[in-house]
Structures are given as structure tokens and as C-alpha cells.
Design a protein around this ligand. Structure first.
Ligand code: GLN
Length: 472
């Protein structure tokens, strides 16, 4: 069975389509793997597949680990929060339905930082996820369970969400591929909202080909999400092997000192590989990007404070405070149901939106956001892609940054500007540093997913990363 689990999604799907492997047998093998989760990657996983029905499609028979932020009809959906304990949604997120329609099946729901707020998965109400490369370290966040599951061989592929880096950063820390598509590529319907103007669904996979395969099934316009438009022309399988004629911009502002030495060295090595493959490296200016963190940590909490107002003990999950007064019940439910980081963000966001402060904080952050988008637009007039390390460090120790929210926020230094500008970016494994994975991020103009995937595919071959150690 081990051999079966070593196949990529594309390889397994081909074998299933050719009748060489049975879909039922493949799903059962993964169910068994998921049941052996020792990393706390899953909050819930499928226990029997008696009613398993094979649907013909490009993902026929493929099990998918789904971040617990996606509503799945009749099965637990907590968003990593105590306030949603016991909630079973009456409907399924469009992203999950699209995977189903392509033949895939939910294997389980993965652990995450509460309401996707975090970079280490330590903000989950259900305990942290452990990094399969070193169980004393974090897997990154907020899609930490999805990333750890794929890296550890507890799922062949997963979906997550990225608001400020939550797909790319855990992918980087776990040594897998994570793609955050252009805002609007994939429907957000049924995806529990954190910061609606930034949130995007995306795949976490072992390789770039699998990321393309999943994106192809996930993308598309959905009448239930008016911000979704899909990717015109769809997604094609990446095949590129060289980078001739392509220009890669390295931001001049990227203070290279703020990166760990191993991360920096691996980044430089891949810049060298780009040149060997015929690509050109150029410096680009993104003068406003360094304000990305400040703008993001005003805008995302502001949107969250509004989105999270719906958890009042009346409609979903937890209710505390007995039969007393209604306001008391709301307060008791929210005091008990939300964790520390979520409360911090609700307070920050409510403050930033309050009359008298709105212009100074929210209004100002929106202007910075526009500037960042303009910086990228100007950069893409001269280069095809902007590249950076994904995360400034390798996976850090559990508990190492929990006492210092600002240190935690700085993880997002390279990932946050991209969703602020609505752009797509991928993180691919870029070798180890001290035995732990590092990531290489490639960002492109809106809806350049096919070109990003093609380029990432060429680089992936050149880097030749071996993730099998984490699956051992
Ligand atoms: N780490 C960032 C945060 O805490 C990003 C989270 C995300 O992308 N959902 O908000």
C-alpha cells in the first residue's frame, strides 16, 4: 500500500482512470493513513466509505483534506474555534462541491488557527498541529493542518485559505507546494469569512502539477459569490522546462538581513538556477510593500470584527450564559467561545472602524493598499514575476513566538503584500536549511496562474526537492 500512497495526485488519477488502481481501494488506503494522524492535523476524518460512489472526472477517486473553514453539509465545521463546536452546516462550500464534481472526495477536515488568524496553528481551540519534519516545531498557519497532512503523507492533497499568507507560509514550513490564486478565481461561498476582501481558497499539494490539477477543478465563476469570476480559458497542465525570455524581479526593499541565513542562501541559489534556465534577474521597486504588515493588520481585523459579529450564540454552535438576559447571553458566549487572538483582532478592528478613528486607521490603510497594488502594477511593466523567500525563517519551535504577537505577524512580511494587491502567488519547496524546509515564492499579475505554474514547474525540476523524509 505504501507505494500507492507515494503516487502524486496526477499519477494516481491516471492509474485510476486506466483501471490499474481501484478508486475504492485508493480511498481506503488514505482513510487508513489519515486515521494514523499523530500530528493533530485532522479535526475530523471519514471513518467509513460504505456509500463511496465513484464519479468520473479528472480527480476521480482522489481524497482531499479540507481546511475546517469550509462548510461541509452534515459534518463538523469549526474554523478552529470553540464558538463553532457542534456546528454542522446545512450546505457545502462551492469549492468542495467543485472538487466533488471532478470526482474527488473529502477525506477529513483539517486543523487551523481559529478563524484563520495566525501563522503557527497555535491559535486553534483544538490544540496545535505538529510539523512532520520536527514535531517540536510549528507547521505554520493558518492552514497548518492541511500543510502538515500533505507533507506527512496523511492526505494526497488539500485545500486551504490564504488571507495574508495562510496557504503559502505553512506550505513553505512543511516543504510542499501552496498556491494562492488571484482574488476572484475560486468561489468563497461556504468558506467561513475572515477578511472578505482578501480571503481566497487554494490548493496545497506535493508538486506543481497537482496544484494545477486542483486549481483547474476549483476555479470558476459562482453565482453564489458575486466576487468570483474564474480564470478565463481555465488551467492547463504545466510543462515548461526552461525560463528563456522571462524576467524575475527581486524587490530592492527586501531587506535581506531580516531573513535567516539558510533561507537567504537557498533563495540566492534558486536565483542562480533561474539564470541557468535562461531567465533574467532584475531589481524591482516596491516602496510601499514594507507597509504591508501595518496595513494588513488594520484591514484584516476591521473586516473580521464585522464578519465575526454573527457569532452570538443564537444561530450557530456554542451558547453560554444560561437563560438570563439576551445581551448577557451574547457576552458570555463570545467571552467563552473566542480565543485570545480572535478577541485581540475584534477589538483592534472595531477600534479602527469606530467613528473618529475610521479615516486615521481604516481609511489610511486602504490608501496604503492602493499604493501597494500600484507598486506591483509598475513592477509588472518591467518583469514577468516578483520572487521572494516565502517566509523569513524555517519552522520555529512550538511556543517560541506565542508571547509576542508582533514577532508572529512579521512572518507574513513577504506574503501579505500579495493578497493586498489581489494577486496570485505560489510557494514551492526550495531546499532544506538545518534539516527544515524553506520556500520560494513566485508572484505574478492578476490571472497569470498558468504562467506561474509553468515557471514553478520548471524551477521545481531544477531544485529537485525530496519531501519523502517527512512521510517516513
Ligand atoms: N498570518 C496571517 C494572519 O494571522 C495570515 C492569515 C491568513 O492568511 N489567513 O492574519
Amino acid at each position: 500500500m505504501g507505494g500507492l500512497l507515494e503516487l502524486t495526485v496526477a499519477q494516481a488519477a491516471a492509474k485510476i482512470a486506466a483501471g490499474e488502481v481501484s478508486a475504492e481501494e485508493y480511498f481506503a488506503a488514505w482513510m487508513q493513513a489519515a486515521a494514523g494522524d499523530e500530528l493533530n492535523a485532522y479535526l475530523w476524518s471519514v471513518e467509513n466509505h460504505d456509500d463511496y460512489q465513484v464519479v468520473d472526472g479528472p480527480l476521480s477517486g482522489i481524497p482531499v483534506a479540507v481546511k475546517d473553514i469550509f462548510c461541509t453539509e452534515g459534518s463538523p465545521t469549526t474554523a478552529g474555534s470553540k464558538i463553532l463546536a457542534g456546528y454542522r452546516p446545512p450546505y457545502t462550500a462551492t469549492a468542495v462541491e467543485k472538487l466533488d464534481a471532478a470526482g474527488a472526495r473529502v477525506l477529513g477536515k483539517t486543523n487551523m488557527d481559529e478563524f484563520a488568524m495566525g501563522s503557527s496553528n497555535e491559535n486553534s481551540a483544538y490544540g496545535p498541529v505538529l510539523n512532520p519534519w520536527d514535531r517540536g516545531r510549528v507547521p505554520g498557519g493558518s492552514s497548518g493542518g492541511s500543510a502538515a497532512a500533505v507533507a506527512a503523507g496523511l492526505a494526497p492533497c488539500a485545500i486551504g485559505t490564504d488571507t495574508g499568507g495562510s496557504i503559502r507560509q505553512p506550505a513553505s514550513l512543511c516543504g510542499i507546494v501552496g498556491l494562492k490564486p488571484t482574488y476572484g478565481s475560486i468561489s468563497r461561498y461556504g468558506m467561513i469569512a475572515f477578511a472578505s476582501s482578501l480571503d481566497q481558497c487554494g490548493p496545497l499539494t506535493r508538486d506543481v502539477t497537482d496544484a494545477a490539477l486542483m486549481l483547474s477543478a476549483l476555479q470558476g465563476r459562482d453565482p453564489c459569490d458575486s466576487t468570483s469570476v474564474g480564470i478565463e480559458g481555465g488551467i492547463v497542465a504545466p510543462s515548461r522546462e526552461d525560463l528563456k525570455g522571462l524576467r524575475f524581479g527581486v524587490p530592492a526593499e527586501l531587506a535581506r538581513d531580516s531573513f535567516e541565513s539558510g533561507v537567504r542562501e537557498n533563495f540566492e541559489a534558486t536565483l542562480g538556477r533561474i539564470e541557468e534556465l535562461g531567465g533574467e534577474i532584475a531589481e524591482v521597486a516596491l516602496p510601499s510593500a514594507e507597509h504591508g504588515i501595518s496595513a494588513y493588520y488594520v484591514l484584516a481585523p476591521a473586516e473580521a470584527s464585522s464578519n465575526l459579529a454573527r457569532y452570538d450564540g443564537v444561530r450557530y454552535g456554542l451558547r453560554s450564559g444560561g437563560d438570563g438576559d439576551l445581551i448577557e447571553m451574547y457576552e458570555a458566549t463570545r467571552a467563552e467561545g473566542f480565543g485570545t487572538e480572535v478577541k485581540r483582532r475584534i477589538m483592534l478592528g472595531t477600534y479602527a472602524l469606530s467613528s473618529g478613528y475610521y479615516e486615521a486607521y481604516y481609511g489610511q490603510a486602504q490608501k496604503v493598499r492602493t499604493r501597494i497594488a500600484e507598486d506591483f502594477a509598475a513592477a509588472f511593466a518591467g518583469v514577468d514575476f516578483v520572487v521572494t523567500p516565502t517566509s523569513p525563517s524555517v519552522a520555529f519551535g512550538l511556543g517560541e513566538k506565542t508571547a509576542d504577537p508582533l514577532a508572529m505577524y512579521l512572518n507574513d512580511y513577504c506574503t501579505v503584500p500579495i493578497p493586498l494587491a489581489g494577486l496570485p502567488a505560489i510557494s514551492i519547496p526550495n531546499g532544506l536549511a538545518g534539516g527544515l524546509p524553506t520556500g520560494f515564492q513566485i508572484a505574478g499579475p492578476a490571472f497569470s496562474e498558468n504562467r506561474i505554474l509553468d515557471t514553478a514547474h520548471a524551477l521545481e525540476q531544477a531544485i529537485g526537492f525530496d519531501g519523502s523524509k517527512a512521510r517516513a
